[in-house]
Design a protein around this ligand. Structure first.
Ligand code: PRP
Ligand code: URA
Length: 206
């Protein structure tokens, strides 16, 4: 399943994010805000259990999240999506996966993974602003499934049709939540019209 956000705030902020004149400070702020909005949509089906609490006026029926949630940012660009989401779900565990895309082959190269032996979370939210060829997302989901994770969602900002197809065919059980699906990849694997290099634009390294 692919979910492209229809939310006006998402559309407005994504447009600002794309602009070449948006400097890194503003870019990071927008990545953080967009991540929160997309996470809100991506977590709409989380399970709840019924509880009661005492308000100053009496007993109220309420709900509590039942699943342990993990945020899995793909380094480095996924880092900017963590903080805002974490504020909304402070009990979430954060497990970093380090991958970079080889510029020549466009294949992901793994450089960091400190997952413990057995899974500690029930729902994994994989965070990466860009789903281009899909290689990095597929590799991350492979890592999580080999670890034993069963419920995995991908949350990103922009996707190319090629990346969507690749992730869906490798992992049809992983829902994809993005702000927008763009037209295509260019000859060097960048999303068009896209926003350029999401890591460089966040970290001021471009
Ligand atoms: C970018 C982006 C994704 C990947 C997407 O990372 O953040 O992880 O490319 O491309 P793919 O779908 O074709 O795999 P990059 O390799 O530039 O590393 P960085 O985040 O460290 O800059
Ligand atoms: N990674 C990026 O940061 N941008 C793209 O357009 C593709 C991959």
């Amino acid at each position: 399943m692919v979910f492209e956000s229809k939310h006006p705030l998402v559309k407005h902020k994504l447009t600002l994010l794309r602009k070449s004149s948006t400097e890194p400070k503003k870019f990071r702020e927008l990545v953080r805000e967009l991540a929160m909005l997309l996470c809100y949509e991506a977590t709409a089906e989380l399970g709840l259990k019924a509880i009661t609490v005492e308000s100053p006026m009496g007993t109220a029926a309420g709900s509590e999240l039942v699943d342990t949630i993990g945020l899995i940012p793909i380094l480095r660009a996924g880092l900017g999506m963590v903080e805002g989401i974490w504020e909304m779900m402070p009990g979430a565990e954060v497990w970093h996966i380090g991958l970079f895309r080889d510029e020549r082959t466009l294949k992901p190269v793994s450089y960091y993974n400190k997952l413990p032996t057995s899974p500690t979370i029930e729902v994994c939210l994989v965070l990466d602003p860009m789903l281009a060829t899909g290689g990095s997302a597929v590799a991350t989901v492979n890592i999580l499934k080999n670890w034993g994770a069963r419920r995995i969602k991908f949350v990103g900002l922009l996707a190319a049709p090629e990346g969507i197809e690749n992730l869906q065919s490798a992992h049809p059980d992983v829902p994809i939540h993005v702000a927008q699906i763009d037209e295509r990849l260019n000859e060097i694997g960048y999303i068009v019209p896209g926003l350029g290099d999401a890591g460089d634009r966040q970290f001021g390294t471009g």
